[in-house]
Design a protein around this ligand. Structure first.
Ligand code: MOS
Length: 721
C-alpha cells in the first residue's frame, strides 16, 4: 500500500482499542522471567567467547601469542585476524569488528577466547599476549576544532546572516559544549551463533533485524538468506543496537571454527570502548533579534568527532526549522578523531543540539527582558524557514508552550536569578522547547485469522522495551474488530516480513502502518469469503458484518485460515511537508547554596506528537527520555584519556546515569491531535522527542536559581560554585 496523501477516515479512527492506556501484552512474560533475551537462549552444546580488546587506539598488531590461552583449561580456540578468514565491513561500520593487523580504536576486538565455560574463557582471555606498534592519534575535539578543516561536512544558509546579525540590536553569541555520551542500556550487547551446514542462526540483541541480517551476510561474505536473526526481546538500545557489533560477528566466526554454538556477551566495561557512543560537541550559537524579540538572524555551527570516514553529530538539525528568521546559517564540522566509533544515540542531532539553542534562547530572552515562553511563541513558524513554500504537516509548538506554562505555574517565576530561597536551597525554574524530526520508513507485516478466530501478526519489528508488541496488537484488534487478547504478535525474526525496525522514533508509526496495510487487505479477503461487499463490510465483536447479517471471523476464515501480507510505503509526503514532533519542558531545580549540588525538584513535559497509539507506553517512553535528558544535563560524561585514546570511566559507577533518587515526580501530557500526513495511523514518533530540550530546561532553571550560566555540560558542582 502506498501512502501518498493525507489519510482520510479509516477504521483506526474508532479508537476502541488504540488510544487507550494499555498494559504491555508481553509484560507477564517479562516479570516472570519467561521473556527470553538473546543471551538467555539455551542452545544445545553452546560454549562461551570472551572478547579481548586492543590496548592502543591506533597502530598495528605486531604479534599475537595465544599459546598460553590455548593451553588453559577448557579453551577451544582463540579467534584472531590470523585465523578468522577474510571478513567484510558492515554497511554502516567505519572499521572492522576484529582488529588486525591495523588497529582503529581502543577496545576494538583483537581476539575472542572460546572455552567450555564463561569462567574458563574469561580467565584465558587474560593470557593472550599482543604486541603492538602504536601510532599517534587525535583524541581531542577542541584541538581539532581549533585546527579547523578545509570544508564543513554540511552547510545550509538562507538570506544574509552576517549582515543581519551585525545589524541586530540584541545579540547572543555563545558557545556550548556537550561531552561524549554512552547509551548505557541495561542489556549489554549479546549474541549466540549456531551453524547448521552453511546456514547461520544468530540470537542477538538488536534494533534492526533486517540490517543485522544484511550486515552479517556482508561481513561473513555469505548469502543473506542463509542468515537467520532472532531478537524476540531486546533490553534497550537507544541507537547502540542499530547495527551488529563485535559480539555478533565474533560469535559467528568462532562458532564456525569450533563447530559448536558460541555465546558472546560484552562485559559492562567493554560497552564503553568496544562499541559506539554519541560524540562530544562544541556548538556556537548566534541569535540576533529586533527589540520586539523577533529573530532576524540565527546561526549554529557545531563540531563533533568520528573515526575517519565517519559523519558528524547533526547538532544543527533543529536549528534549520525550529524558529522563523529570514537570515540563517547552519554548519556542521567533522573532526576526524581516533576515539571509539561515534554513532547514533537517542535523538541523534537534536538531543544535544537542543541543549545549545534552547539555552541560547533563554539568554536572549533575558537580554530582551521578554518571557522565555513568549519569545518562543513570537518566533514560531508554520513553514520551513529555509523553504517557505513548504509547510509543516502539523505543528503545535505553541499549544505545548501554553499548556505547559499553565499547568506548571510558570507565571509565578521571578525572572531575576537567585531570588527564591527555601532553607539551604536556591530554587529556580526553567523551560525549553522540544523538537525532533518525524521520519517514516516502509514497513511490512503479515496478519492472519485462523479457524478459531485468533489473529496473528507477524513482522520482523523489534520491541526494545518500547511497547511494540502491544501497539501492533492494538492496531490489529482495532482494524479487525476483535479484543486485544485475541491477537498474538510475533516479532524479531529475519524470516518475518521486513518492518521499519526500531530507530529514529520511526518505529511505532511506521510499523503499525504496516500492520494497518496488511489488515486492510485481510478485511477485503474476509468480506469476499462470505460474499459481503468489501467496501461496506464492518468488523466488530469478532465478526464481519453486512447490515444486520454477520459471520464470525473464524468461520469466515475457514479451516485453513486467511493470511495477508502487505507493506506501507511512503511517497514524497516527507518532502512536501516538514514533519516533526514538538513539546515544551518545564523544570524546577534546587541549587544548594553552599555545595552547589543541583537537584531536580519538578518536571513537566507537554508534547504534540500526532495520535498517541498507547498513552501508557508513550508516557513511559517520555519518562525515560526526560530522565536521560537529566543525565545529559547534570551527570553523564565519558571522560577522554588522551594517553590511552579512549574513555576512562567505563562502568556505571563512574558513568553516572540518574537513579530513582535523582528523579522527582515527572508529569507528561500529550496534546490531543492527529497528523493525517504522517501515515494512515495519523501518529508520529515520541520516544526520542522526550529527551530533546530537557538539558537546556535544566540549565535554564539552574541559572534562574543561582545566576550561574553553565555552558559546558554536564552541570557539575565545580562549574556552579
Ligand atoms: Mo535511534 S538513536 O535511531 O535508535
Amino acid at each position: 500500500m502506498k501512502f501518498t496523501e493525507a489519510a482520510g477516515a479509516n477504521p483506526t479512527d474508532a479508537m476502541r482499542v488504540l488510544g487507550r492506556p494499555t498494559d504491555r501484552i508481553e509484560g507477564p512474560l517479562k516479570v516472570s522471567g519467561r521473556a527470553t533475551y538473546a543471551a538467555e537462549f539455551a542452545v544445545a552444546g553452546q560454549v562461551y567467547g570472551v572478547v579481548v580488546g586492543t590496548t592502543i587506539a591506533t597502530g598495528r598488531i605486531v604479534s599475537i601469542d595465544a599459546a598460553d590461552a590455548l593451553a588453559a583449561p577448557g579453551v577451544l580456540a582463540v579467534v584472531t585476524h590470523e585465523n578468522a578468514g577474510p571478513l567484510g565491513i558492515g554497511e554502516d561500520h567505519k572499521v572492522p569488528m576484529l582488529a588486525g593487523p591495523q588497529v582503529d580504536q581502543l577496545g576494538q576486538a583483537v581476539a575472542l577466547v572460546v572455552a567450555e565455560s564463561f569462567e574458563a574463557a574469561r580467565a584465558a582471555s587474560k593470557l593472550v599476549q599482543v604486541d603492538y606498534s602504536a601510532a599517534d592519534g587525535a583524541f581531542d575535539l577542541a584541538d581539532a576544532a581549533a585546527r579547523g578543516a578545509d570544508k564543513p561536512f554540511r552547510s545550509n544558509g538562507h538570506g544574509d546572516f552576517d549582515r543581519a546579525f551585525a545589524d541586530a540590536p540584541v545579540q547572543v553569541d555563545a558557545t556550548y559544549t556537550t561531552p561524549d555520551h554512552a547509551h548505557a542500556m541495561m542489556e549489554p550487547y549479546a549474541s549466540i551463533a549456531a551453524w547448521e551446514g552453511d546456514a547461520l542462526t544468530l540470537w542477538t540483541a538488536n534494533q534492526m533485524v533486517d540490517w543485522a541480517a544484511r550486515d552479517m551476510a556482508k561481513i561473513l561474505k555469505m548469502p543473506k538468506d542463509k542468515v537467520r536473526i532472532v531478537a524476540h526481546h531486546v533490553g534497550g538500545g537507544f541507537g547502540g543496537k542499530l547495527w551488529v557489533r563485535a559480539d555478533a560477528v565474533l560469535a559467528a566466526v568462532a562458532a564456525r571454527q569450533v563447530g559448536r554454538p558460541v555465546k558472546v556477551v560484552l562485559s559492562r566495561p567493554q560497552m564503553f570502548n568496544n562499541t559506539t557512543h554519541r560524540s562530544s560537541t562544541i556548538q556556537r550559537l548566534w541569535l540576533g533579534a529586533a527589540a520586539d524579540g523577533r529573530l532576524q538572524a540565527i546561526a549554529h555551527e557545531s563540531w563533533s568527532g568520528d573515526l575517519p570516514g565517519g559523519s558528524p553529530e547533526g547538532a544543527g538539525a533543529q536549528t534549520r526549522q525550529l524558529y522563523a528568521a529570514p537570515n540563517r546559517r547552519v554548519v556542521e564540522w567533522l573532526a576526524e578523531l581516533n576515539l571509539p566509533e561515534s554513532s547514533a544515540m537517542r535523538a541523534p542531532g537534536e538531543a544535544v543540539g537542543m541543549m545549545a539553542i534552547e539555552a541560547a534562547m533563554d539568554e536572549l530572552a533575558e537580554k530582551l527582558a521578554i518571557d522565555p515562553v513568549e519569545l518562543r511563541v513570537l518566533n514560531d513558524t508554520q513553514v520551513d524557514p529555509e523553504k517557505p513554500e513548504r509547510r509543516f504537516s502539523h505543528r503545535d509548538l505553541i499549544g505545548c508552550l501554553r499548556e505547559g506554562a499553565e499547568r506548571f505555574g510558570w507565571r509565578e517565576r521571578n525572572p531575576v536569578p537567585g531570588r527564591r530561597r527555601e532553607g539551604r536551597w536556591l530554587v529556580g525554574v526553567g523551560m525549553a522547547a522540544a523538537y525532533r524530526g518525524n521520519m517514516v520508513l516502509k514497513s511490512a507485516a503479515r496478519v492472519g485469522i485462523a479457524g478459531d478466530g485468533r489473529v496473528t501478526v507477524t513482522t520482523d519489528m523489534t520491541d526494545i522495551g518500547t511497547g511494540s508488541y502491544t501497539i501492533l496488537a492494538q492496531t490489529a484488534a482495532e482494524m479487525l474488530g476483535v479484543e486485544l487478547d485475541q491477537v498474538t504478535v510475533r516479532l524479531g525474526e529475519s524470516s518475518f516480513p521486513v518492518s521499519a525496525g526500531s530507530g529514529g522514533q520511526f518505529g511505532a508509526n511506521s510499523s503499525t502502518a504496516g500492520v494497518y496495510a496488511a489488515c486492510v487487505g485481510l478485511r477485503d479477503r474476509i468480506a469476499e469469503a462470505v460474499g459481503f461487499h468489501p467496501a461496506t463490510a464492518r468488523f466488530a465483536e469478532g465478526r464481519v458484518w453486512s447490515g444486520n447479517q454477520s459471520v464470525a471471523l473464524g468461520e469466515a476464515a475457514g479451516g485453513a485460515g486467511i493470511e495477508v501480507e502487505d507493506r506501507i510505503e511512503f511517497g514524497d509526503l516527507t518532502k512536501k511537508f516538514v514533519q516533526a514532533t514538538f513539546g515544551a519542558h518545564f523544570v524546577e531545580v534546587g541549587v544548594d547554596a553552599d555545595t552547589a549540588e543541583v537537584r531536580v525538584r519538578r518536571m513537566l513535559g507537554v508534547f504534540a506528537a500526532g495520535r498517541i497509539l498507547n498513552p501508557k507506553a508513550a508516557r513511559s517512553q517520555i519518562l525515560g527520555a526526560m530522565t536521560m535528558g537529566v543525565g545529559a544535563a547534570l551527570t553523564e560524561e565519558l571522560v577522554v584519556d588522551p594517553r590511552l585514546g579512549g574513555f576512562i570511566n567505563h562502568d556505571l559507577a563512574e558513568y553516572h546515569v540518574p537513579t530513582h533518587a535523582d528523579i522527582p515526580h515527572q508529569e507528561v501530557v500529550f496534546l490531543d491531535e492527529t497528523d493525517p500526513y504522517s501515515s494512515p495511523m495519523k501518529a508520529k514518533g515520541a520516544g526520542e522527542l522526550g529527551i530533546c530540550g530537557v538539558g537546556a530546561a535544566v540549565a535554564n532553571a539552574v541559572y534562574n536559581a543561582c545566576g550561574v550560566r553553565v555552558r559546558e555540560y554536564p552541570i557539575t558542582v565545580d562549574k556552579v560554585l
